[in-house]
Design a protein around this ligand. Structure first.
Ligand SMILES: [Zn+2]
Length: 227
């Protein structure tokens, strides 16, 4: 591509006006136009609300109108305010986006485990209380914990069907959540149970962990299916 450009340049194409020679061409016209313009009065100092007494500003200060954001026209409004009780909700469409830098900090090993098809919990080095949802410190005695590997099979301790969810999961509703209990663990793990309908779920049923092949580093990288 650069060769092509060089070749063209060699044939000396018509000179494009540089900003300098353009200004020179326009200068007489500009000077003429400037001479015709009325002399500008010295600009008044912008007055903020806090700089002048409120009495001077009455009826004179307005925020500038802007063209961005929502545009709304002729929103109906009743004469009798009692009618507002039956007003339909106003709804706007608003694109919301935010970029986070999020550290997994001391939870990092748990997510690295999920990405490798391993389920990690922690165990207190003092009282050996074992957390299926890992904790950095023991909730019983406050001592530090160590990482341990949990079995990939467990039992349904309890479960629920979600008909509503956060934005991310809303389109997947209804879905089933289970609290899974593991051999050797004192606490439970909240996860999704898939591959079985509401009628097929029972407390005590055996379930096994499955992992997303494309890990997203989210707690939903692990989910459960009937064992
Ligand atoms: Zn402990």
């Amino acid at each position: 591509m650069s060769k092509k450009i060089q070749k063209k340049a060699g044939k000396s194409p018509p000179r494009r006006p540089t900003s300098r020679n353009r200004t020179e061409t326009l200068r007489p016209a500009l000077e003429k136009a400037l001479r015709r313009m009325p002399k500008a009065k010295p600009a008044k100092r912008a007055q903020g609300v806090g700089t002048v007494s409120a009495g001077n500003l009455r009826g004179k200060v307005r925020l500038p109108e802007t063209e961005d954001g929502n545009s709304a026209f002729r929103i109906p409004f009743p004469k009798d305010l009692a009618h507002l009780d039956g007003m339909s909700p106003l709804v706007i469409r608003w694109h919301y986006e935010m970029e986070y830098l999020h550290s997994y900090a001391q939870d990092s090993p748990f997510f690295a485990g999920l990405a490798n098809g391993r389920l990690l919990g922690t165990r207190c080095i003092h009282c050996r209380y074992t957390f299926a949802t890992p904790k950095g410190h023991c909730m019983r005695c406050g001592e530090k914990t160590r990482w341990i590997e949990l079995p990939l099979k467990g039992k349904v301790h309890s479960w629920t069907t979600c008909y509503f969810g956060s934005q991310e999961f809303l389109k997947e509703t209804p879905f089933n959540l289970v609290l899974v209990e593991f051999e050797g663990a004192d606490t439970l793990l909240l996860s999704r149970l898939v591959g079985v309908g509401q009628d097929g779920i029972a407390v005590g049923m055996e379930v096994k962990a499955q992992f997303r092949r494309n890990a997203k580093l989210l707690a939903s990288d692990v989910y459960f299916v009937p064992a």
